[in-house]
Design a protein around this ligand. Structure first.
Ligand code: ADP
Ligand code: TRP
Length: 321
């Protein structure tokens, strides 16, 4: 199976990115053809500081490698190193009804949050469709927020194929139910662009400081507490299983502890969970040239994988003459 996913280098990677997408990708590497890329063109929809974008691109690549994307098993590259994606984006634009984009939640959410309503933000699902369709992706692991975009990619592909025959592979999304949407510290979807993240590779002290800001119900220390609706619990459950998870539920039910105690516990289990990844990251942090080489080699492979599709498309749409 060909599995593909992308992540925007628009800020520090957070635990929503990890559980919603990166972890699934790392697990998929064992038995699939996996394609993972850093969506730097997508990040331009909300980030105009060029220096910051290039820094974040390398940071994101370093993080991906640390978290287990293995360049021997996966094709791993930066989106802008395979320019064919922009060509396909344009071709697909003519197969994208305006209504399809007007209905996109992510655009509505971002503009409601005060981002400028520019064309790139509006047309970004078409670029995402190009990312997916250029490589013949069959499965796209994403968080719940991105399901609609994969559906848009499907709609566009079907429309294109209706016109030109069976050229594009129709992709499917894959969402891990338990982690469909990881809450941010304010209880909304955790997102780099909403300033509510718990990052993966922060300093221990600053992580605890962030975790302490998680919004919780106001309940007296001695009272029992709801865990299902608690943002701290909903983050902690990502790192716990079996007995440890049940033990935490019992602590909520029993009362006698405040949310502050659960926050300290969350910070501890999270720190422990990412321990080995942090060590792995230190290596890549010291070997940035190696990271660049990996990305270049990945871009070469990605380009080779894209060429048959893009050449067919140039031919059927009459761009080759
Ligand atoms: P962000 O919203 O932080 O900018 P991206 O849009 O770059 O993150 O998302 C990269 C991947 O991580 C996508 O597959 C997305 O669905 C997933 N993801 C992002 N935030 C969450 C979340 N809060 N819960 C689950 N998955 C998420
Ligand atoms: N739009 C995705 C996001 O913001 C990132 C992304 C870009 C992506 N292209 C993709 C995800 C292709 C999966 C497949 O989360």
């Amino acid at each position: 199976m060909r599995v593909l996913t992308g992540i925007q280098p628009s800020g520090d990677l957070h635990i929503g990115n990890y559980f919603g997408s990166i972890k699934q990708m790392v697990e998929a590497q064992a038995q699939n053809q996996t394609f993972a890329f850093i969506a730097n063109y997508h990040a331009q929809t909300t980030l105009s500081d060029g220096k910051r974008l290039s820094t974040l691109t390398m940071q994101c690549a370093t993080d991906f490698l640390a978290l287990g994307i293995d360049p021997q098993k996966s094709v791993f590259w930066v989106q802008s190193d395979v320019k064919e994606v922009l060509e396909l984006y344009w071709v697909l634009s003519s197969f994208t009804p305006m209504g399809l984009l007007e209905r996109a939640h992510s655009y509505k959410d971002k503009t409601a949050k005060g981002f400028a309503t520019n064309h790139s933000l509006f047309s970004y699902p078409v670029l995402m469709a190009a990312d997916i369709l250029l490589f013949g992706s069959e499965v796209v692991p994403v968080g719940k927020d991105q399901i609609q975009h994969v559906e848009i990619a499907r709609d566009i592909a079907i429309k294109f194929n209706n016109q030109y025959g069976d050229i594009l592979t129709i992709p499917q999304f894959r969402v891990q139910d338990e982690v469909a949407t990881v809450p941010g510290i304010d209880g909304q979807k955790m997102s780099k662009s909403y300033g509510n993240i718990v990052n993966i590779f922060g300093e221990e002290k600053s992580q605890l400081k962030t975790i302490k800001k998680i919004v919780t119900e106001n309940v007296a220390m001695e009272e029992p507490k709801e865990y299902e609706t608690c943002n701290v619990y909903n983050m902690a459950k990502l790192f716990l299983e079996g007995e440890n998870l049940i033990a935490l539920q019992e602590r909520y039910k029993k009362g006698g502890e405040g949310h502050g105690h659960f926050k300290v516990y969350l910070a501890e289990v999270m720190w422990e969970y990412f321990r080995d990844f942090r060590l792995h990251r230190e290596y890549y942090e010291k070997h940035q040239d190696e990271v660049r080489e990996i990305l270049q080699a990945g871009a070469k492979k990605a380009k080779e994988a894209a060429l048959p599709t893009i050449e067919k498309i140039r031919s059927v749409t009459g761009i080759s003459y």
